[in-house]
Each structure stands twice: as structure tokens, then as C-alpha cells.
Write a protein that binds this ligand. Structure first.
Ligand SMILES: [Zn+2]
Length: 317
């Protein structure tokens, strides 16, 4: 079909057909095309910037929700870090002090915190991401230090319990069955030889067969008959404590037995050099005899303790 334009002729006052040449037509077409492009491109650009696609809008919405969730996670991690700070304070100022452990220094508490977790490439410069990774990293570090500290506390507690259980802390004779406690420790006039001799323990007068108790946990190192001590039991408690129980009527343990505090190890007798049924009881610390009176507090009230440490006029057996 041939393209026909009409142009108004002012002389004839009529629209007259005009038949443009082919080249002219092409030039005009190109001009229209160019003008159309110049108008359309900015319009499309403007539209794209102003109105994102549905998919983009969904992504933006999803991204906003993720940012909010991430923000909440950072706050939660920060809250947990504060709780761990509080636990660390208790650890340093209560638990470790009670168990004679030095508090951890601030440097030890934060050792290794920060920078351990690698942030994925592309988001490593975002502050919110860096904050999140820092909080989580700090949390992990605090947990690790707390775990190590609690392991130490656990070991120290076990050690302390073993030490306390190994320390002589009760009377070897039930106070209800005790007739007299002779408090002479050190040099005394021997009741049989009638000469001044060193007395390394205390004498508990009680009837024949009265049970004799181990005063702390330990291992029976010896149980034998001695000419002077009669039937005697030695207990090695560890931690450089040793106790000895002499003049027994008979044994209730053998060398090598492990005993707990309060176990019956023998019975009161009058064997060896002894003038009457009684228990001669000795406590050694680091190989040196110490007065057993200092180890009775555990099973005595203050009034009972004050009463037994009063000097007695009873004759030592
Ligand atoms: Zn004695």
C-alpha cells in the first residue's frame, strides 16, 4: 500500500495528496524512531527506579525481616554475654576464692574473643553483620573460658573434699562411751616406769571392747603387735597426716585396707605397756606428733570442747 500524506493548500483552500519519495520516507521514519527512543528510554529508566518488580518487592520485604531477626539475635547474644559476665564475677569472687584459686584476669576472660569466626565474603563490611559475628564470637569464647574454669573448680572441689576427708576430725572413741580423756601431751611422769617420758598422744579411758573409730579416711599402713603399743593400728591418711591407735584388745582391719572416717578399726584393750584399758591415740602431721585435741572440733559442741580441754587431775593410764 502506498503511503499518502495530505497537505493543506492555502491557495486552493484544499487538502492535497502528497506522495513522498522513498528516501524521504526512510529519513522521517528514522527520525520518529529516534525521537521515540529518546522519550521511551528515560521513561522506562524512571519507571524501573520508582516501581520495582513484584519479585524485588518480595526480596526487599524478606530482607527487612531478616535484618530485624538478625538485630534481635544480636540483642539476645548481648543479653547472654551479660549473664555470662555475671557468672564470671561469681566464679572469680565466690567460687574460686572459696577453693583457694586465683581469679582469672580480664585478659584470660576475653582471651581469643573477636575475629575467630570468618564472615562470608560480600557482607563483611556491613556493621550489623560485624556486630552479630562479634557478639556470637564473644559468647563462644566466654562459654569456653567458663567451662574451663568450672572444670578447674570441679577438680579443686574434689581435691578439697579428699583433703577434708583425710584430716583427722572426730574422736576415736564415742564421747558417750568415754570414761576419761587424759589431756597430757608432751613430757609426763610415766604411770608404770615412774620417770619423765615423752607422751606423743592422748589417752582415752573406756571399757574393754569399746569400738575405736578411724578419725579420717585413709589406708591402714600397719596393724601389728608391738611390745610397747600392744595391738596398734597405723593409718596413712595422705596429705601428710597419719594416726595411730594403741593398746587395742583386737583389730577390725588389716594392713592395706582402706577405711572411711568413722569405720571401726579395733576395740579398746590393755595390751602392751598399759596400766588399764584405754586407747592411746596419736596424730602425726608431716612426720611430727601434734596434739590430737586440736582435731576434735567436728563432733563436739563448743561447750563440750571447752570442757574436755580443761586440765584434768585424773591419773593417766
Ligand atoms: Zn598414752
Amino acid at each position: 500500500m502506498k503511503i499518502v500524506y495530505h497537505r493543506y493548500n492555502s491557495e486552493t483552500c484544499q487538502f492535497e495528496p502528497v506522495f513522498p519519495s522513498g528516501s524521504k520516507f526512510i529519513k522521517r521514519a528514522l527520525l520518529y524512531l529516534l525521537l521515540s527512543l529518546l522519550t521511551a528510554i528515560p521513561s522506562v529508566y524512571w519507571y524501573i527506579n520508582k516501581y520495582s518488580s513484584l519479585q524485588e518487592q518480595q526480596l526487599i520485604h524478606q530482607n527487612n525481616r531478616l535484618v530485624k531477626r538478625w538485630d534481635k539475635l544480636i540483642k539476645d547474644a548481648d543479653g547472654l554475654n551479660q549473664q555470662l559476665d555475671s557468672l564470671a564475677w561469681k566464679d572469680d569472687n565466690r567460687y574460686r576464692v572459696l577453693l583457694d584459686l586465683n581469679p582469672l584476669s580480664p585478659e584470660e576472660r576475653v582471651a581469643g574473643a573477636g575475629g575467630n569466626e570468618k564472615i562470608p565474603a560480600g557482607i563483611e563490611d556491613l556493621k550489623i553483620i560485624k556486630d552479630g559475628y562479634y557478639q556470637v564470637d564473644k559468647l563462644k569464647n566466654q562459654m569456653q573460658v567458663a567451662q574451663q574454669s568450672f572444670d578447674q573448680l570441679s577438680e579443686a572441689t574434689k581435691h578439697k573434699n579428699r583433703m577434708l576427708a583425710s584430716r583427722p576430725a572426730i574422736q576415736p572413741i564415742d564421747k558417750k562411751q568415754l570414761t576419761t580423756l587424759h589431756l597430757t601431751f608432751g613430757t609426763r611422769l610415766h604411770p608404770i616406769f615412774n620417770v619423765l617420758m615423752d607422751h606423743k598422744g592422748l589417752d582415752f579411758s573406756a571399757g574393754f571392747g569399746t569400738p575405736v573409730y578411724a578419725t579420717a579416711d585413709g589406708r591402714v599402713s600397719m596393724a601389728y603387735y608391738s611390745n610397747s603399743y600392744g595391738n596398734v593400728v597405723y593409718i596413712d591418711h595422705g596429705f601428710e597426716y597419719e594416726t595411730r591407735y594403741a593398746h587395742l584388745q583386737k583389730f577390725n582391719v588389716q594392713p592395706g585396707n582402706f577405711v572411711k572416717r568413722g569405720d571401726i578399726i579395733g576395740f579398746v584393750g590393755n595390751t602392751g605397756i598399759s596400766a588399764a584399758p584405754h586407747l592411746h591415740y596419736e596424730v602425726f602431721l608431716k612426720g611430727k606428733p601434734v596434739n590430737p585435741i586440736h582435731f576434735f572440733q567436728r563432733d563436739l559442741s563448743q561447750a563440750e570442747f571447752q570442757k574436755i580441754i580443761q586440765p584434768t587431775s585424773a591419773t593417766t593410764p
